[in-house]
Design a protein around this ligand. Sequence first.
Ligand code: PEP
Ligand code: MG
Length: 748
Amino acid sequence: MAMGFETESRKLLGRLRDAMAGEDAGQARLNKITHLIATSMGCEVCSIYLFRDADTLELCATEGLNEAAVHETRMKLGEGLVGRVAKKRTVINTPNAPQAPGFRFMPETGEEIFSSFLGIPVQRIGESLGVLVVQSKSAREFSADEVYALEVVAMVLAEMTELGAFVGEGAAMSARHSQPVLLPGTVGQEGVAEGHVWLHEPRVVVSNPIADDPVRETERLVEAVDKLRLSVDEMLSMAVADKEQRQVIETYRMFANSKGWMRRMQDDIQSGLSAEAAVEKEQSVAQTRMSQSNDPYLRERLSDLDDLSNRLLRILTGQGSDTGAELPVDPILVARNIGPAELLEYGRSLKGIVLENGSVGSHAAIVARALAIPLIVHAGRITNDALNGDHIMVDGEQGIVHLRPDDMVASAFRDKIAMQAEAQERYASIIDQPAQSKCGTIVSLNMNAGLMADLPSLQGSGAEGVGLFRTELQFLVRNKMPKRSELSALYTRVLDAAGDKRVVFRTLDIGSDKVLPYMKPNDEPNPALGWRAIRVGLDKPGVMQMQLQALLRAANGRPLSVMFPFVAQLEEFRAARREVDKTLAREAKLGHKLPATLEIGAMLETPSLAFAPRQFFEQVDFVSIGGNDLKQFFFAADRENERVRRRYDTLNVSFLTFLEGIVARCAETETALSFCGEDAGRPVEALCFAAIGLHSLSMRPASIGPVKSLLRRCNLDDVRAVIEKARARGEMSVRADVMEYVRAQHQD
Ligand code: PEP
Ligand code: MG
């Protein structure tokens, strides 16, 4: 790059900085900037368009276009050349704008007389903030140097917009981070919460985008990159055993040593940016490419570069992820994604969690569910919209996040929370009462758990026992296989905490969406139908035996209940039972105490098991219906797929008839039966299950109150009659009829 050009660019940035330093209000600053750019680029027009809302751009300042058009001319994302620059996040450089595809004539600006057009996206770390445009009468294409210079200026504008430099009286735009935002997402865990944003990885704020001592800035950059390389090497030496982790860090190292990356940042500094702004500029370019690429490999690599740039920014600004800031009151965690172990560290201190990525079945979601913290996933670009401490409301019923809500929204939301709190009080008043319906049937209500942290709920929720203890959580939240002694210590604590209440331990249920970080991932075409749960257990008996031993030792002479997940046929259950017998014999030989009683159950999660030979029902000590899986296989509708997840109602007559068949088979052999999928915790579903003879249910602790309250108000004989009638009429689902019955009970 020519030296002369760099000096020009630096001069322009110097002037911009002086313009920013004054006491002017936001609008005056913008006006000065457009004037400076137009003059120094020798163009008749320079205009700045900023986003008014997520898809509307507004002309906020101009030199050369009609003054009266400022704040009047608006365009949608993708509309006209300006809208196209913003939408595609690419530069448009054309000598003949009226002929360019997408050109839209805007008479209010007097634009038709300008032939050449150069539009540059104003963006900060992948977030689109607006468009910077220069135009001139002469039909010329702007040179690469000019484009580059304007990109650098756009970068500075982005930083300034972010810092709120254009806010104030008569300002072009109100602060981007002060407007209310409604973000629709997907419910990962139900519940409502109000609190303040706690960013898992706070945004780095760059307050000095322009610098006029390139030598000093280059030194700062080189020093920071050196530190970065050292820290990457350190990470590498710590991750010796883990091949995958090593691969990621190797990629980091490759980027950290990349000459191209370094050279581009040094060029940016030469043209007047500070070291931080240079890092951000290259990061923005990578982010744009990431958003446009369909190649998963390239996306992964670019996301590695993104992580690395964040690290570098933290080194340069001294703003670590540990900024020393304290958790705000009622913290609501906001993150792109978070691992289960990190989430556990926050534990119950969090009121809610909002993730930009993540999925309903992710490990973080499993932990959030176990901790009963409302969780929304896929919440737009919340990490860009939210600032630490922002007021935020999480509606885990509707799947909506209100960021900086206005008063009306906030008060409606608080009414909702108050109603729920009232209901909780009502539930607390029946905590010691049995879940007995009006016809006298007592339903056993148990809770699902998976963490030690769940156990206090056993006393508080009124649960009779733990109907499902998901043991895989202990495996998922670690980065290496837990030892037998660790597991046995944990199970001991669980049994101690439960006292004389029954705990049903489910053996390791991994595979499908639950992938252990330290196990080689299997590239399966259809993991939900793949190598998972008991299939892994039987193929790798070592892990199963280790877990069984840990359970037997934890019981230490007390009663023990164990069940195997995902049993599809009798032979699998028999094989699992043989493993139990072998382990028992070994433990006895080693002189360990055997449990006082040992029940071995199977989860019925595949339709096939409902049709197993009678011998299965005779040999198994109890059956627990894993409704989440059973329903997905019954309807062939993936439980993780938002498009089909809710398509089939649990109260669909076909599914209820199928469940009735299972009830009947268990009744024939007097085999104990329970239901432990999420549906057991939904009051109307639970009522129908009880009515068709499922008298033992296991659910989230928070559901026990609502389920019990409804059961106590209803007569199961009547509900059964309602179901029969709906079935006889040929209804697809019994829901509407049962709901009508339930409403009538509320009015009594
Ligand atoms: C189920 O499938 O219903 C179940 C309880 O197991 P998980 O949700 O852990 O697969
Ligand atoms: Mg399951």
